[in-house]
Ligand binder design. Structure first.
Ligand SMILES: [Zn+2]
Length: 439
């Protein structure tokens, strides 16, 4: 815990603006302001910063290098940020002279120091920085696995009480190099539960006393923490890239990249053009690709979505309720940037992972493999020029090396609830069981 190392940030350096009604609001002093107080359909509140110029603070670590553009109350030390480097292997192999890799994971020689091996570490740092002094209740975070791993690290290190809610299939993703502390607890939902079930249970417990919701995509700190991937890229390249590649489950990281792009365009020194989003999902579970190709904001419930979501190569991309159609969400981001979406099969993803490893020299996780495969598709389709500035977000990588170097420990749940309990007891009964298990 390093609360002593924090730097207080003036709490009027940001406000929260609603894209639907245009209202501008101060953050709540005791909680996160997650939704617009005005009565209208849900929208993603966007942070607006007093500082309009892009500034990096080299004396800070992790996402806090860019604290002017984070909706936080304090900076925290000891975190890692994205490492950005020009590709010398994959780019030339694909005929691209200006491919930059945004590396989020463990690769010390490249400056990659994320011990959770996922870019969720960026959002976890920023969300912890948004928590004010004196908040006693437990932060509730629902996750398919990677997000919980990142929040376990950040909350443990910074003394933030938290409850992480994860479906059983996500448990193998929960390991840590940071020894567990009693103030961070893990609840597992078994019996065929998926990410959407974990979100429902997490939302339920977050409404009870002693807890408060992290908010997922609704939390502007989560998005702006992830948006630092673009800030780190511009710090390296001096320009906003023309193309941005990422695999999406919820799409929150891609929304964040677009929002960072808008702020940089307002500054104007790094180009004013929109960075085209090239986003990908793992077939056969491709609800957002389907909706985008049908040119609709309405995300149709995919027939058999639960079964399809459970079957894919990259389970972290299995969100059944992503912030796609919501005002300020992924549909708007794709529309504003002239974006593309791609379907990637498991075989294509695995082949792309091997290509990255042989040309660049590190393993990458399944979601990042999907992104690399989409880059191959875009090149084949002639969508990017050979000298275009291209950013490839490797959202997770280096796990094999990290496990050799650091030998992380598996996390042990403090509570286990079954979907059978939820069906038998109803939501209220299941919550009572969960609170009992955690008492
Ligand atoms: Zn509003």
């Amino acid at each position: 815990m390093d609360r002593a190392a924090k730097r207080q940030v003036s709490d009027d350096h940001y406000s929260l603006r609603c894209p639907t009604c245009g209202g501008s609001f101060a953050d709540r002093p005791d909680r996160f302001l997650l939704t617009c107080p005005e009565p209208h359909a849900p929208a993603l509140l966007r942070a607006q910063y007093r500082q309009k110029r892009f500034v990096a603070h080299p004396e800070q670590t992790g996402v806090f290098r860019f604290f002017d553009w984070l909706p936080i109350r304090r900076t925290l030390s000891g975190g890692a940020g994205s490492a950005v480097f020009q590709s010398t292997g994959l780019g030339p192999t694909l005929g691209l002279s200006n491919l930059f890799v945004i590396w989020n994971g463990w690769w010390p020689e490249k400056g990659g120091l994320m011990e959770t091996c996922t870019f969720k570490e960026l959002e976890a740092q920023a969300v912890c920085g948004r928590i004010g002094d004196g908040w006693q209740d437990s932060l509730v975070v629902s996750s398919a696995g990677n997000t919980a791993r990142a929040f376990h690290q950040a909350c443990t290190r910074h003394g933030v009480p938290a409850l992480l809610v994860v479906p059983g299939h996500g448990l193998p993703l929960l390991w840590s190099t940071t020894p567990s502390q009693p103030h961070v607890r893990l609840a597992v939902l078994n019996g065929g539960a998926d990410y959407a079930d974990a979100i429902a249970l997490g939302n339920g417990i977050a409404r009870t006393s002693g807890y408060f919701p992290e908010g997922g995509a609704l939390n502007a700190a989560r998005r702006d923490g992830m948006g630092t991937v673009v800030l780190a890229t511009v710090e390296k390249t001096g320009r906003v890239p023309r193309h941005y590649f990422q695999a999406v489950g919820s799409g929150t990281g891609a929304i964040a990249a677009w929002e960072a792009n808008l702020r940089l365009a307002e500054d104007g020194r790094f180009g004013t053009e929109k960075m085209r989003l090239h986003l990908s999902q793992n077939a056969p579970f491709t609800p957002m690709v389907d909706a985008w190709e049908a040119a609709t904001r309405d995300l149709a419930q995919v027939p058999g979505g639960r079964e399809l979501a459970a079957s894919i190569h990259a389970p972290v991309l299995s969100n059944r309720n992503p912030p796609y159609g919501i005002a300020g969400g992924l549909y708007d981001a794709l529309s504003d940037t002239g974006g593309y979406m791609y379907r990637v099969t498991a075989d294509e993803a695995k082949a792309a992972g091997r290509l990255f490893e042989t040309t660049e020299g590190s393993d990458i996780d399944a979601a990042a493999q999907v992104a690399v495969a989409s880059l191959k598709q875009a090149v084949a389709l002639g969508r990017i020029g050979p000298h275009d500035l291209v950013a490839l977000n490797i959202t997770g990588g280096g796990q094999a090396r990290l496990h050799r170097d650091k030998r992380p420990a598996a996390l042990q749940p403090q509570a286990t609830i079954s979907m059978d309990d939820v069906r038998r007891e109803g939501e209220a009964g299941a919550l009572a069981l969960l609170r009992e298990a955690l008492a």
